[in-house]
Design a protein around this ligand. Structure first.
Ligand code: HAM
Length: 416
């Protein structure tokens, strides 16, 4: 039997209602904050991610699905959404649209990861990006919106961690300090860290190897190296979070796994699951680096598989699976036509009605109605057609009422 590729998932009908509920909730919140949806291609030129995400990141070095297409172009399945959205922003001249521009997306991403709990090779993100503002007010709005999503979805025990990784100015000084800290013991680091030492020293702080993590424990903190501008920006954000009673922890170890970040970075971490649910931050240089005008931006992405796992754990009992409001069964061929017509008319009126399409016996029809959890059942036979009345049975209480076989009357009865 052919099986699904490792690290992918089928989302079956008995789970999809959770996805639809969560997606709707998130998209409703994003709409309240003025975000409009954008969809970009699943695949992009590989160069976009090399330049956008950074060629010393794990994502680019180890995790991309890259191949040559039949025309010999190097193509990559998007490992994340931001680079593609920035490409679309530049290509479609969105810099001339009213600023700030707020976009959201709900898209599948692809990373060749070591598959484990909460870590897949195909996964879904809902992300939000704001273009055209370097103000801390935008940082606050974006973090506050992410916080609202966590709260409205009733996901407990999630901690907001924030950091600032500065701008080009402060980062230069910090990289020097980090270099001299790591340089003396670089032999103790893994090969990947060694190869990143010269080109992107800060990336070493993101290494997951035990030995490297231990070595990094006492590394200098970027926060001590922030320039006045970045420091004020970071403090202003904290003041707004304090004013709104949004709890957070400053974690100077957050560097994020993608190279485009500047100033504010943040993660919403589930401590009990041990993974990040939402990750994001500011990326003030990326648009220019990819060939656009100098435009500041900030955003985040929610890992949907991780949110769904948590949502299931805490809220499953609060949601009802969609179930037919009515099942119309029939006894013989003559009543089959009548039942079909009634089913058709009720569906036209917007009622979720099921009926037999297998030419099964009445007994089998009623068994199926029970299995699919229909709320009401009507059985049509010769007498019912003659009287134009039938019994409508409430499957939960077992009570029946006599009802006229008129779609408007039935609709009214079901909806009462
Ligand atoms: P990221 O931290 O790489 O950021 O991913 C964001 C979220 O996607 C993670 O916090 C996690 O919940 C989920 N995620 C990442 N990798 C996987 C995986 N292999 N399996 C399941 N879930 C995963 C970004 O992608 C940035 N583009 C976010 C951003 C938007 N920054 C600014 N704007």
């Amino acid at each position: 039997m052919i099986q699904r590729p490792k690290g992918t998932k089928d989302i079956l009908p008995d789970e999809i209602y959770l996805w639809q509920y969560v997606e709707k909730k998130i998209e409703e919140i994003m709409s309240l904050y003025g975000f409009k949806e954008i969809r970009t291609p699943v695949f992009e030129s590989t160069e976009l991610f090399l330049r956008g995400v950074g060629d010393t990141t794990d994502v680019v070095q180890k995790e991309m699905y890259t191949f040559d297409d039949k025309g010999g172009r190097s193509i990559t399945l998007r490992p994340e959404g931001t680079a593609g959205i920035v490409r679309a922003f530049i290509e479609n001249g969105m810099a001339s649209w009213p600023s700030p521009l707020k976009l959201f997306y709900n898209m599948a991403m692809y990373r060749y990861e070591n598959v484990q709990k909460g870590r897949l090779r195909e996964f879904h993100q809902i992300g939000a990006e704001v273009f055209g503002t370097d103000s801390y007010l935008a940082d606050f709005e974006i973090v506050e919106m992410a916080n609202r999503i966590i709260n409205d979805l009733n996901l407990p025990n999630i901690v907001l961690e924030i950091n600032s990784i500065g701008c080009k100015e402060c980062r230069g000084k910090y990289q020097e300090a980090l270099k001299s800290f790591i340089g003396s013991k670089i032999d103790e680091y893994c090969d990947t860290c060694k190869s990143r030492f010269e080109k992107n020293t800060m990336r070493i702080l993101d290494c997951k190897e035990k030995k490297c993590k231990e070595n990094n424990a006492n590394a200098p903190s970027i926060i001590d190296y922030l320039c006045e501008n970045c420091k004020t920006h970071f403090i202003n954000l904290q003041k707004l979070l304090d004013n709104s009673n949004i709890k957070y922890k400053i974690n100077p170890r957050i560097v994020r796994g993608l190279d485009y970040y500047t100033k504010t970075v943040f993660e919403f971490v589930s401590e009990e699951e041990g993974y990040t649910i939402i990750g994001g931050g500011r990326y003030d240089y990326l648009i220019k680096e990819l060939g656009g005008q100098d435009t500041s931006a900030i955003g985040f992405a929610i890992g949907m598989e991780r949110v769904i796992e948590l949502f299931k754990k805490y809220n499953l009992d609060k949601l009802e699976k969609s179930r037919p409001e009515l099942y119309i069964a029939y006894i013989d061929d003559a009543s089959c036509n009548f039942a079909n017509k009634l089913k058709f008319n009720l569906r036209q009126l917007g009622i979720y009605v099921e009926g037999d399409i297998l030419q099964r016996s009445l007994k089998a029809q009623l068994k199926y109605a029970d299995k699919i959890n229909a709320k009401y059942v009507i059985v049509i036979g010769e007498n019912e057609i003659k009287d134009n009345y039938a019994q409508i049975k409430n499957m939960q209480t077992g009570n029946s009422d006599k009802i006229k076989l008129d779609e408007n009357i039935i609709k009214q009865y079901i909806k009462k």
